[in-house]
Design a protein around this ligand. Sequence first.
Ligand code: FAD
Length: 402
Amino acid sequence: ERTIVVVGGGLAGAKAVEALREQGFDGSLVLLAAEDRLPYERPPLSKEYLQTGEGLDDTTVHPREWYDEQRIDLRLGQRATGFDPAARTVTTSAGEHLAYDVLLLATGAQPRTLDLPGADLDGVLTLRTVADSDRLRAAFTEDARVVVVGGGWIGLETAAAARTAGASVTVLESLELPLLRVLGPRMATMFAQLHREHGVDLRTETEVEGFEGDGSVTGVRLRSGEVLPADVVVVGVGAAPDVELAEAAGLRIDNGVVTDAHGQTSDEHVYAVGDVAQYPDALSGKHIRVEHWANALNHPAAVASGMLGKDATYDDLPYFFTDQYDLGMEYVGLGEASDDVVVRGDLDKRELIAFWVRDGRVRAGMNVNVWDVVDDVKALIRSEKPVDLQRLADPDVPLTSV
Ligand code: FAD
């Protein structure tokens, strides 16, 4: 009997075992999951769940019985500690050596931390897991002084949750604007204003020098010398792909585990998917690593085909969403900060679609508080046709005919 071992019990790992069974794999299937909890989806951890403590059940990918019905040997709380590509065995934290025919790495990513004095004080926290989210919610009381380091998606969503809970919130960003590298100045300004309007003290071009406190954090020291009082600090400075196992086994790594279009790594028996993988984007041909929910949800089916020796292409465009206060948005495609941004709609009311245009073609689109347009935006990006910028900006021109 053939054996497939999947390492990583996040969304990508859970969707991969599902796809393998759906596509007819009836051999032995092991899912090693380091966390003590059934595989779950993370987006609510910085949004609804962080604010209300509710909705966790909806985020569980499959109920416990499902794994039994599907004959999936789910090992919660067990991590792979290494694998031997020549012998094709995985070692687990329970001390076992499992033989595999094909191995899938779905180890995800880990929050980056800051190598600064005081970074290990109590109350200097990151956000990746349910336990992290619970810890933050407990800390976000009305009299709490919360300092968020990093104006990225996680930092801003966390700031919104903390403000909604009534805490005083300062966000520290080293660049001129939060989200500047992802969105470029115009749309980044919209997010900066949103947070300022909701009472966040957003400090840009601000460098953190260290954290102060005795046991627990009490302040954040800035390079300017100022010390901001803090009861809790959230470090949201991005995530790093969890490549430890792949690296130790000598796989090709380049900002993630490098794979081909089928998810195969530099070792023919090892595949990778989800936040940990860097794969060729079907449209641009560029290798990309996508740290988004939709990729962890949809890419595993194609990689499962590759693992079973079938041909399946994955050509989904990167897709991302966020909710902050009363702003909901979806972003699709691959924009660059230097692209021209064309706005259709009302920027002041924050009801709009923004398009990132390069060489006269739409490369990405972001709908803000405007819904049911993602399919049209995707079609526009995929068509790679030159667009008339005036028509693109005109809400009266249907997206299908710009
Ligand atoms: P992970 O979710 O990281 O899962 C990997 C799992 O593997 C982890 O449970 C880890 O413990 C386990 N693991 C690692 N090493 C081993 C090992 N050696 N042995 C066994 N198990 C191991 N994306 C969006 O598109 N929109 C959002 O709004 C959004 N919000 C987010 C909010 C938060 C707070 C976070 C943290 C992420 C958010 N994301 C969002 C990103 C999205 O959650 C990720 O892209 C997705 O979780 C990736 O899934 P994954 O399975 O590849 O990795």
